[in-house]
Write a protein that binds this ligand. Structure first.
Ligand SMILES: C[S@@+](CC[C@H](N)C(=O)[O-])C[C@H]1O[C@@H](n2cnc3c(N)ncnc32)[C@H](O)[C@@H]1O
Length: 346
């Protein structure tokens, strides 16, 4: 990849210093390589502030108001949680009392039959839960693998990171229900996104997925030849999702601010890349760049249906399809477009 042009060097160094500041707050051991649209930027932790310089500046009136509002909201949330807990406890006491009364009113025979029905129902529930768990765990052995590459924390604001965390939860939920599951690797959790994901994705550390603080390129070093970065900017079109290959999805919500970001990363790392065959199989308005969870849904739909057109139609929202009658002329025009424009589907 060519070196970063001057105009963009300041953006890259701003990204590096913001990450360095994050490092100062968090894990001093973790010194990630930051991926910017211009390539990798190495980070180092800054020297700690000395003496008076360490003292926090006084808060503005607006910041104090915001903080007070936030604290009041947190207190209300805690109180609501406490109330819900007490209500649950009271309900439990009531249910147990009603159950005891019901048993007392029964004959010995009725009681035995009733207990037997309850025992059978309990066993069926346990069998279902075990089967569901086994299905989830089987994903770890699936021949099709997907990496969700979360090494882009420094390119997103808080809101975008929250949105990405939700998309990640959709990806996982979809994988647990998919007819053909994939083995999920979630990498790059050592950046700021790790905390956001753990806060917003319930049970994240118990998910049947491989989790890595570091980069997939290190975690899957021995499978480098199998890696294929999925990127809308690639000039290679994907023909099929093959077992044994590892498809990387860029974990970023950027409303297309960072063009060629993942394409450059794949080229820099010397791994293969491919775009989904959207242009040939779907008449679409606007951009061909999908969200992280839509991309994951296409992996699942394609594996299940074995047909790109059906898979894309199932996943891409109808509002993005262009009506047939607009004709082939526009479609050819679109094929000539170098960079996609228009609204993102995020
Ligand atoms: C919101 S997009 C990120 C766009 C980002 N500017 C980039 O350079 O990849 C999230 C991810 O979904 C995947 N993706 C979205 N549309 C795609 C397409 N048409 N073909 C292949 N992958 C796609 C890519 O892995 C991409 O990184």
């Amino acid at each position: 990849m060519s070196p970063a042009p001057d105009a963009d060097a300041s953006a890259a160094s701003a990204a590096a210093s913001s990450a360095a500041a994050a490092l100062q707050k968090g894990d001093a051991e973790f010194t990630p390589t930051l991926w910017t649209a211009d390539g990798p930027v190495e980070t180092t932790a800054p020297d700690p502030p000395a003496g008076d310089a360490a003292a926090a500046p006084p808060l503005s009136k607006n910041a104090r108001k915001r903080l007070a509002k936030q604290e009041a909201w947190e207190a209300k949330k805690r109180q609501k949680k406490e109330e819900e807990k007490s209500a649950r406890k009271a309900k439990g006491v009531q249910v147990r009392a009603e159950h005891a009364q019901k048993l007392e009113a029964m004959t010995a025979e009725e009681r035995a039959a009733y207990e037997e029905t309850r025992r059978a129902a309990r066993e069926a529930r346990m069998r279902d839960a075990e089967a569901a768990k086994a299905k989830k765990m089987a994903a770890l052995e699936a021949p099709h693998a997907v990496v969700l590459d979360l090494e882009f924390s420094h390119l997103m604001d808080e809101k975008e990171m929250r949105s990405l965390a939700k998309q990640l939860a959709f990806c996982y939920a979809a994988n647990t229900k998919a007819k053909v599951q994939t083995c999920m690797h979630i990498t790059g959790l050592g950046g700021a996104i790790g905390a956001v994901v753990r806060k917003h994705c319930s049970g994240f550390d118990k998910w049947a997925a491989h989790r890595e603080d570091g980069a997939y390129i290190d975690a899957l070093a021995e499978r480098k030849a199998d890696l294929v970065y999925l990127t809308a900017d690639s000039d290679c079109e994907l023909t099929e999702f093959k077992p044994g290959e590892v498809y990387v999805i860029g974990g970023i919500v950027d409303r297309n601010r960072h063009k060629n970001l993942t394409l450059n990363k794949a080229n820099e790392q010397g791994i293969r890349h491919a775009r989904l065959p959207i242009r040939d199989h779907l008449k679409m308005t606007g951009t061909h760049i999908l969200t992280v969870n839509q991309t994951m849904d296409i992996v699942h739909a394609s594996l299940e249906l074995g047909d790109w057109e059906k898979a894309l139609e199932r996943v891409v929202p109808l509002r993005k399809h262009r009506p047939e009658e607009e004709g082939e002329e526009k479609r050819d025009e679109e094929k000539r477009e170098d960079a996609p424009e228009g609204e993102r589907s995020e």
